[in-house]
Design a protein around this ligand. Structure first.
Ligand SMILES: Cc1cc2nc3c(=O)[nH]c(=O)nc-3n(C[C@H](O)[C@H](O)[C@H](O)COP(=O)(O)O)c2cc1C
Length: 373
């Protein structure tokens, strides 16, 4: 079957991955209302074309802190990428480098900060989870030495969301193979060959760390963060990290304003793809309320079409992050699969732009009227 869009890649990933892996990738928290709302909110937005503009040559590039990105797309930080492909983080980083877009490496990655830096020559961002302050400081220093350009502090995980698909599949820490899981794995020979035969992928950033606290690995695996992290700690982090600092996971503009006042460079408006608090609004719905924030905005959660990206830009985002869409590509075709998914999104952006009458993507913000019905 020809894979024409992100949903096709999702279906193919569903076919290729064991159930517990696909559910971890695809699922959300509790009743998955936020997951559904992320899609529903994008689908409700309608854009009205302004025609008779010369759109024979189109540009979807954006300026990001003095750098030109060919598309307004960043690959979002996601943990356990080694579950879909061996060396999944490196494959994502290389795909991003080929496309000239940034890749954000998660604290919960299966390739380490240093491995990814050595294996890719692209723009690398590091996403920080704080389970333990000393360890977080070590990670930040390592990312700096390894040449990562941006630090992304994720703040919407003081505790892990309640992922009931994972609980039902026994995909909870400490992980133990049960008969049902073994049967599931045996039914997916391609995955077994590529991933399963190497055993459970390790939390690579911990393996090379010089931490003495034995609880940190367990905390990261079960997403038990340091829930006491607050504004003072953010200020401390700002002082420690000299390059671009982003805060990811805000849904209230007042929090964003406070972060920017502390010296944060950009904000990721995100509900974590509906994987944390299930009762939150879609990130795209709250984005217009951030117009008072004096910093570039990235939005994520629910992006499955190039037209969703155009909608995000027209509502005030400078760029978007894509999480699951890139991972479906990784699961289906490794590095090449990620490139293909992003090329589909780029081509959808381009066509949407042409049909809307917007030569430059950035023009959509001022030229296109948004009718939210
Ligand atoms: C499998 C998976 C793992 C994730 N792991 C992390 C993580 O380690 N750190 C983080 O900040 N966000 C994580 N996220 C959230 C993503 O960064 C992003 O906010 C979300 O995927 C965007 O929604 P989308 O998947 O609908 O594009 C994860 C998301 C998924 C799907």
């Amino acid at each position: 079957m020809a894979l024409l869009n992100v949903e096709d890649y999702r279906q193919e990933a569903r076919r290729l991955l064991p159930r517990f892996v696909f559910d971890y990738l695809d699922g959300g928290s509790e009743d998955e209302l936020a997951v559904k709302e992320n899609r529903a909110a994008f689908e409700r937005i309608r854009l009205t074309p302004r025609l008779l503009n010369d759109v024979s040559v189109r540009d979807q590039g954006i300026d990001w802190f003095g750098r030109r990105l060919p598309s307004p797309i960043v690959i979002a930080p996601t943990g356990l990428n080694g579950l879909y492909r061996k060396d999944g983080d490196i494959l994502l980083a290389r795909a991003a480098a080929r496309l000239g877009i940034p890749f954000a490496l998660s604290t919960a990655s299966n390739n380490s900060i240093e491995q990814v830096a050595n294996a890719s020559n692209g723009d690398l961002w590091f996403q920080l989870y704080v389970m333990n302050r000393d360890f977080a400081d070590q990670l930040v220093d390592r990312a700096l030495v390894a040449g990562f350009s941006h630090l992304v502090l994720t703040v919407d995980v003081p505790m892990g969301g309640k992922r009931e698909r994972d609980e039902r599949n026994n995909f909870v820490m400490p992980f133990r193979f049960r008969p049902k899981t073994i049967a599931d794995v045996l039914c997916h020979p391609r995955w077994l060959w590529n991933v399963g035969r190497h055993g459970a992928p390790a939390m690579a950033n911990l393996a090379t760390a010089t931490i003495t606290d034995p609880n940190t690995q367990a905390a990261l695996l079960s997403r038990k963060m340091d829930a006491s992290f607050d504004w003072d700690d953010l200020k401390r982090l700002r002082d420690r990290w000299p390059r671009r600092l982003l805060v990811k996971g805000l849904l209230h503009s007042a929090d964003a304003e406070r972060a920017v006042a502390l010296g944060v460079d950009a904000i990721v408006v995100s509900n974590h793809g509906g994987r944390q608090l299930d009762i939150v609004p879609a990130s795209i719905s709250v984005l217009p309320r951030f117009s008072s924030v004096n910093a570039p905005l990235i939005v994520d959660s629910g992006i499955r079409r190039g037209s969703d990206i155009v909608k995000a830009i027209s509502l005030g985002a400078a760029a978007v992050m894509i999480g699951r869409a890139a991972l479906f590509g990784l699961a289906v075709g490794g590095e090449q699969g990620v490139v293909e998914v992003i090329k589909i999104l780029q081509s959808e952006i381009d066509r949407t732009q042409a049909l809307l009458g917007a030569k430059e993507l950035i023009q959509t913000a001022s030229k296109i009227l948004t009718d939210s019905e």
